[in-house]
Design a protein around this ligand. Structure first.
Ligand SMILES: CC(C)(COP(=O)(O)OP(=O)(O)OC[C@H]1O[C@@H](n2cnc3c(N)ncnc32)[C@H](O)[C@@H]1OP(=O)(O)O)[C@@H](O)C(=O)NCCC(=O)NCCS
Length: 261
């Protein structure tokens, strides 16, 4: 049976070599640029892989002074997935934000994304968020931390607090994100319910396929995905009402490994 090893590192423990490996992993596995961009937008070559340098990855996911962490999972020694998360305070609430979640193309739909997020959990978080074009990333977050059956998630917290939660982020692209969707603007005609206009024209073929399937199964609460947009999935889980599995399970310590076969 395949041997899975999951490791978690605080920001200060993430070496340049680890960031370099993560940047390469992202560039090999994240996705490709869309075939068409609106006039005036600046992106990579249409159809080519979206690439990320180590320095940009560090700046976006592990910025100086932030409470951020990195988790990676190997399967039989092969790097099969990674996740970056950042924490900040919103009033008396603790925000856990997924800044990057990527699973190797050959290892998807084996719960590795869910496993990575669970490895990053710490007991004190109450608000969970992600901006992603991929419905499976939102689903993994719901699975790991929500105490609801997807898609029966209340979007009330997102509607009332998203703007201020984002404003408190130490990560500039999150802080500056432009909220979009009927949840925030009743006149919105794009079809998205909760999203951001990230001006990120990545190819949506794979997320749209997942979206179609989830919509057919009536499992999708966040609406459509216009080009250049990402879903914003944000919810609160009261610490008192947290699932037993979450409040009792212990997260991995600094640099600690968990192994399963
Ligand atoms: C999004 C991504 C990280 C998901 O990784 P994964 O390891 O396949 O996810 P999991 O196996 O943990 O699945 C999480 C949930 O999504 C569902 N799911 C996963 N892929 C799916 C797909 N293609 N279509 C429909 N549902 C899907 C799973 O069934 C699971 O739901 P369940 O627990 O109710 O069964 C992976 O597809 C990926 O790396 N995509 C490219 C990068 C990207 O878009 N990342 C998100 C941006 S931050």
């Amino acid at each position: 049976m395949a041997k899975r090893v999951t490791e978690v590192f605080d920001r200060g423990e993430v070496t340049d070599a680890m960031v370099g490996e993560a940047a390469q992993f992202f560039s090999d596995n994240y996705g490709i640029w869309a075939q068409q961009f609106p006039d005036g937008s600046h992106h990579g070559k249409p159809g080519s892989r979206v690439k990320l340098s180590a320095s940009r990855l560090r700046a976006q996911c592990l910025p100086e002074g932030s409470r951020s962490s990195y988790a990676r999972v190997t399967v039989d020694g092969v790097l099969a997935g990674h996740a970056f998360a950042c924490r900040w305070q919103y009033g008396d609430r603790h925000v856990f934000w997924v800044t990057q979640l990527v699973v190797h193309r050959e290892y998807r739909e084996r719960r590795l994304a869910t496993t990575l997020l669970l490895a990053l959990q710490q007991g004190q978080d109450d608000v969970f968020g992600i901006m992603s074009s991929h419905p499976a990333a939102c689903k993994a977050l719901a699975k790991a931390f929500g105490n609801f059956a997807f898609p029966q998630v209340s979007l009330d917290f997102a509607r009332d607090h998203a703007a201020n939660v984002l404003l408190g982020s130490p990560i500039s692209y999150i802080k500056d994100a432009k909220l979009r969707g009927s949840l925030f603007c009743p006149n919105d005609t794009t079809g998205i319910i909760s999203g951001v206009d990230s001006d990120f024209f990545v190819d949506h073929a794979e997320p749209l396929e997942a979206l179609e399937w989830l919509k057919d199964e009536e499992q999708w609460p966040l609406g459509d995905l216009p080009d250049g947009y990402e879903f914003l999935f944000l919810f609160e889980v009261s610490r008192r009402r947290r699932p037993r599995s979450l409040s009792s399970s212990r997260s991995l310590g600094r640099g600690e490994k968990s192994q399963t076969s």
